[in-house]
Design a protein around this ligand. Sequence first.
Ligand code: G3P
Ligand code: CA
Length: 379
Amino acid sequence: MSRAHRRTAVLSAAVLAVPLFLTGPATAAPPPEVDDETGAGELLVIGHRGASGYRPEHTLASYELAARMGADYIEPDVVSTSDGVLVTRHENEISGTTDVAEHPEFADRRTTKTIDGVELTGWFTEDFTLAELRTLRAVERLPDVREENTLYDGLYQVPTLDEVLELRAELSRELGREIGVYIETKHPTYFDGIGLSLEEPLLAALDEAGLDQRRSPVFIQSFETTNLRELDQVVDVPLVQLLSATGAPADLVAAGDPRTYADLSTAAGLAGVGEYADGVGPEKAQIIPREADGTLGEPTSFVADAHAADLLVHPYTFRNENTFLPTELQEGTAPDDYGRAIDEQLTFWETGIDGLFTDNPDTGVVSRDLFLDEEQAAA
Ligand code: G3P
Ligand code: CA
């Protein structure tokens, strides 16, 4: 199925499978022009850590809800267990997203490590076998902001990547559209250094699932550069260089390379990224910075510079709650109340981005479809 036809299916499936309150009004916007080679022109809603605005992140329940809400892609971050199995967590230190601290049998695993230059104390996935990790249960990372999500604390295990790929296939069949996976390798240099390289099991899992072709519904993303350059030599699926408004890639720091994310984000830096990557995932402030008072400022040249380098642009992370929104789009004073998240996303769509990561995929679908409606009305 072409991407253009897939978008029609995406909209149809979302309308059929999801209650209206989750999707907003159905729209009849035609698909945008899509370049079948690069995918440019397709506007993607990426379920960040699943639908982490509504369920504890990186659980099968979170990924499933994201797909049912209409996300085009679900986003697993991967780390390794001690026996080399890829599991999905945002970081290898798991005290913030599991109940590990309540397991006395693992009390002696609590330790202090330095990961990418940051000293952390807690429990680490690489110190647990998969069987041990499976005795833990996921908990909400942000209980103060997302109190409703604590309803689900203790219900779900830490998934393996293989399970996520199986879920993807099942949901794709059920929903009648391809659900993509947007997989992030977390701390690849660190895991290389402890003999638990992430890339080999990742490629094996994609191969096993039949997801290793150029047009497979897969992106591989990384905040580091070296592993993406190496992957570019051996895989066909598109690669995405993650960027940040601050700091530097951990692999470059480890190698004594002085380049920062700011260097990679200039027009020249992006041209260099374009030599090995197909897209970039910038922090959203790199596209529209905030003013000192917290309001949205003027868009930068980032999107144009990235597109000039033939890079897709998928910024992170869009969230509904006031605490994450620009000042002028907040509603009321409670940090955890929802503000005008759709308006924020519309402003970003108008900069020409190709997709966005959101904790609230239903909101992302509504904003994307409203934007397409506006584009059609203006044409
Ligand atoms: O991968 C895109 C976005 O998820 C990057 O931020 O820290 O949530 O993985 P993070
Ligand atoms: Ca991520």
